[in-house]
Ligand binder design. Structure first.
Ligand code: UDP
Ligand code: MG
Length: 198
C-alpha cells in the first residue's frame, strides 16, 4: 500500500531571525556579517478583528449566510456569542459618532434584538474583513461585498467591522473576556496560505 510522501517544507523565511549577509567591499574583501532582521520582518501577521452581525441581519435570517462569507474566505472563528447590547455599551462603541444627529437612532437600531458578536482571525484580518464588508452605505457598496449584496441602507448595513488594529484591540476587549476567545489550531493553514505568509 502506498503511503503519502512525507511533507517536507522549508522553514518559513519570516521565522528566521538571523540573516547572514555577504558583502564585497570596494577593495574586493568579502565581509561576512550577522544581521538581526527580526525588526524588519513581520514575524506574525495574524490579526484578530471584531465583527457584529447587526439586528437587521438577525431579523432577516441572514446569520448563516454572513458567517459563511467569512468562513469561505479562509478566516478562522476565534469567538462567537449572542448578546443584547445596552445603551451604555453602544454609547462607548459609537462614541466617534456622538455629535452626529443619528447617534441615538443607530443605538436604538442596534438594540432592537440581540446581535451576534464574533472574532475572526487571519493574516491581515482587519483589512480583509473591512474589504469583505464593503462601503458603509449599502447602496454604494460594491456588489460582491457583504453590504453590496445584502444591504439597501446606510444604517441597516448587516455588519460592524473594526477599522484599524488599535480599534480591533479595544473593540474585542469591549465585547469579549479573555476566556471567550479561543486559541486553537486549524489543520488547513497550508491550503489557505503559503508557508511564509503566516
Ligand atoms: N451610520 C449611519 N449614518 C451615517 C453614517 C453611519 O446610520 O451617515 C451608521 C451605520 O450603521 C454605520 C455606523 O453608523 O455602520 C458606524 O459608522 P462608521 O462611520 O463607523 O461606519 P462603518 O465603520 O460601519 O462602515
Ligand atoms: Mg466604524
Amino acid at each position: 500500500m502506498n503511503s503519502p510522501p512525507p511533507l517536507l517544507l522549508p522553514p518559513p523565511i519570516s521565522k528566521s531571525l538571523l540573516n547572514i549577509i555577504l558583502q564585497i567591499n570596494l577593495s574586493g574583501i568579502i565581509i561576512l556579517s550577522l544581521t538581526d532582521t527580526s525588526n524588519l520582518i513581520n514575524i506574525n501577521r495574524m490579526e484578530k478583528t471584531l465583527v457584529i452581525l447587526k439586528p437587521c441581519t438577525i431579523q432577516r435570517g441572514l446569520i448563516g449566510e454572513i458567517i459563511s462569507r467569512f468562513e469561505r474566505k479562509g478566516l478562522k472563528l476565534a469567538g462567537m456569542k449572542m448578546a443584547w447590547l445596552t445603551d451604555e455599551i453602544l454609547s462607548e462603541h459609537y462614541a466617534h459618532l456622538k455629535e452626529k444627529p443619528f447617534f441615538q437612532r443607530i443605538k436604538d437600531a442596534m438594540s432592537v434584538c440581540p446581535v451576534i458578536v464574533c472574532c475572526w482571525e487571519g493574516v491581515d484580518a482587519i483589512h480583509v474583513v473591512r474589504q469583505l464588508a464593503g462601503a458603509t452605505n449599502g447602496r454604494n457598496a460594491q456588489p460582491g461585498t457583504i453590504r453590496g449584496d445584502y444591504s439597501m441602507s446606510v444604517q441597516e448595513n448587516i455588519v460592524h467591522a473594526s477599522d484599524s488594529p488599535e480599534t480591533a484591540i479595544t473593540e474585542l476587549k469591549r465585547f469579549f473576556s479573555d476566556d471567550e476567545l479561543f486559541d486553537y489550531k486549524m489543520n488547513n493553514l497550508l491550503a489557505i496560505y503559503a508557508n511564509d505568509e503566516f
